[in-house]
Design a protein around this ligand. Structure first.
Ligand SMILES: NC(=O)C1=CN([C@@H]2O[C@H](COP(=O)(O)OP(=O)(O)OC[C@H]3O[C@@H](n4cnc5c(N)ncnc54)[C@H](O)[C@@H]3O)[C@@H](O)[C@H]2O)C=CC1
Ligand SMILES: O=C(CO)COP(=O)(O)O
Length: 325
């Protein structure tokens, strides 16, 4: 099965590197000419994954036409660019493995719904889980959820991607795998705020736990399975990104906690903090299905500057007492 990877940010590059780990050829589409040049000439992605030597069997291209003819395509564009990217690729019936995390602004759609709209004949899979790109690219052990409604295709893709240090677990719950990855980015911002403002380890653990309750409520309302949300793509990724400044979302929250504005923190960044884009979409999507997500609401208020951290913390802590489930 020949593999193409669309999007040469940190994650697309790390996935190409993992797949090329057994000597496989991988085609990597990059938007930036500098990335195409340095990957092909020096076997390094200077812009998004500097300092990590890449396999020589990775060939970068700036031509989307070159992505035709692969047996599977991994799509790793930022969520808000995914539809536009897909519309420019000759996909046809090629299986698409969605590796981005987010919801589409405007439509509130899951990325699998966007892909299905663009290419109704292409089978869709989702690869998601606790995976900092630099660790995967360095060959450190990691495990992911590989979700595909067609279990046989999911199994074939998982077998193609599995490496001694990269272990996919199978699922048929595409919706659950996607919702886990999209929601955890927003919750990671909240945990970063706790860190930046010095609100303590207890508050962070409470946020992870109550945030997971929100993820579960929303996920179940949208048809996800509880086991998926409690697995690698949900709880696993939530724990990872809520605990480390290696997470761009956590770091964004930390900056907010230190008193900087979202506009200041988002200006000039060339890497993506998906949670900032997902938060208002998720708030609207949750309201549309009648699900209460107070932590997500709080993150939205901090991002748009409509409430201070003190107000947000007080309102979370003084909500009417309720049962935990
Ligand atoms: N970095 C990580 O550790 C992981 C990232 N992801 C997800 O992968 C997706 C991509 O993130 P990264 O690879 O980290 O990106 P990145 O932050 O390293 O790089 C930014 C990416 O955005 C692309 N981009 C910028 N403007 C664009 C436009 N107008 N149209 C299309 N593409 C554009 C750039 O070419 C580049 O590929 C995100 O959804 C992220 O949540 C998932 C797992 C791990
Ligand atoms: O999704 C990720 C790890 O699984 C990466 O998290 P950040 O986008 O917050 O860096």
């Amino acid at each position: 099965m020949t593999i193409g990877v669309v999007g040469a940010g940190a994650w697309g590059t790390a996935l190409a590197q993992a797949i090329a780990g057994d000597g496989s050829a991988v085609t990597l589409w990059a938007r930036e000419a500098e990335v195409v040049e340095t990957v092909n000439r020096d076997h390094v992605n200077t812009l998004f994954l500097p300092g990590l030597p890449l396999a020589p069997t990775i060939t970068a291209t700036g031509a989307l036409d070159a992505m035709a003819g692969h047996e599977a395509l991994l799509i790793v564009s930022p969520a808000q660019h995914l539809r536009a990217m897909l519309s420019r690729i000759p996909v046809g019936t090629t299986p698409l493995v969605l590796c981005s995390k987010g919801l589409e602004a405007g439509t509130m759609k899951l990325l699998s719904e966007v892909a299905e709209e663009e290419y109704p004949a292409a089978p869709i899979a989702v690869l998601s889980g606790p995976t900092f790109a630099h660790e995967v690219a360095a060959g450190l052990p990691a495990a992911v959820t590989l979700a595909c409604a067609d279990a046989a295709l999911g199994g074939a893709l998982a077998a193609r991607f599995a490496r001694p240090a990269f272990r996919p677990y199978l699922s048929t719950d595409v919706v659950g795998a996607e919702i886990g990855g999209a929601v955890k980015n927003v919750l990671a911002i909240a945990c970063g705020v706790v860190e930046g403002r010095g609100l303590g380890q207890n508050a962070r653990a409470a946020l992870i736990s109550r945030g997971f309750a929100e993820m579960t409520r929303f996920g179940l309302a949208r048809g996800a399975r509880a086991e998926t949300l409690g697995g690698l793509a949900g709880l696993g990724d939530l724990v990872l990104t809520c605990s480390s400044t290696s997470s761009r979302n956590f770091s964004l929250g930390k900056g907010l906690g230190e008193g900087k504005s979202a506009a200041e923190l988002m200006a000039d960044r060339h890497t993506v903090a998906e949670g900032a884009f997902t938060a208002p979409v998720l708030r609207a999507a949750a309201r549309a299905v009648g699900v209460d997500m107070p932590v997500v609401d709080a993150v939205c208020a901090l991002l748009d500057g409509s409430a201070t951290i003190e107000v947000v913390v007080e309102s979370l802590m003084t909500r009417p007492l309720r049962s935990e489930d």
